[in-house]
Design a protein around this ligand. Sequence first.
Ligand code: SF4
Length: 306
Amino acid sequence: MIITDQVFGHYAFCSYKALLKMNGKTGQISDYEKFQAQKEADFKRRAIRNLVQKYGATDFSGWENKADLVSHVESIIIGFRADFKDMMVEIDALQVSQKNFYSPSPIMVTYKNKIGKQEKLLVTFVTYVLANFLKQPITTAKFYHGEPPRFTKVSLEKYRTKVRSLLSEIRLLSKKEKAPKLQLNDNCSICEFRKECLDEATEKDDLSLLRGMRQKQIQTQNKKGIFTVTQYSYTFRPRRVKTPESITTGRYHALQALAIREQKVFIHQSPEIPSAKTKIYMDIETDPDRDFIYLIGLVAEDENGE
Ligand code: SF4
């Protein structure tokens, strides 16, 4: 199997999604995903036009070897393809100049303002393949992203080890030597397979149904032979509270599991709701990708009404 940037991207998003995709499955693309894909495509078109205007572009569709690159200086190569062993990537833009030829800089384009870990892993993978293809070290990679569009450099060193370990896992998966287990995660709400996975997890009574439980916490329980919410619910032991100060406000996942098993509500601690003559209720809505608050609603209430 060829490990493309798309395969790697799926695996970095969720290993189970990569498995489903490798098996040719397709899910139900939500309106949100369609909106995101359209936004990304529109942004890419605009961003590439900006880059070409600024640096000039070179059509490398017919080039044979890297010597061809030297003669095309101070330009951007769009949609550059590189391969190495069982890997192949397409790079949004590759910046080449006489100054940096010995370390050309790949540029990934995205509409996102915040560059997350998945994007950083992907650009590190892309750069790894490119560096091996060109047989020269590449020290920097950049994102051209956000509104207004800007460059952000990525430290590749930090993600190299993780990329290598993900590559080994993908190879094992492609040889069917090791398949990832279904585990619901933070990405499920924006994934095309959310319904199928939720149905499967519900049927299995899978531990990952307990939202808020981290992957490591689930693995720790799995090592003890606990795989379902019901099994986990039996591990809850109420603690004796000696003083009010010793009450912890942490989350008890085992108690949550017990509540599900017994279909009961347990009060962990009586809530203290502050009271005052004047009450103010707030509603704040934000766009986390832009760190932007676009709405603040306030309702004040006193003895005369709202
Ligand atoms: S729904 Fe969740 S677990 Fe299933 S493939 Fe998507 S991200 Fe992975």
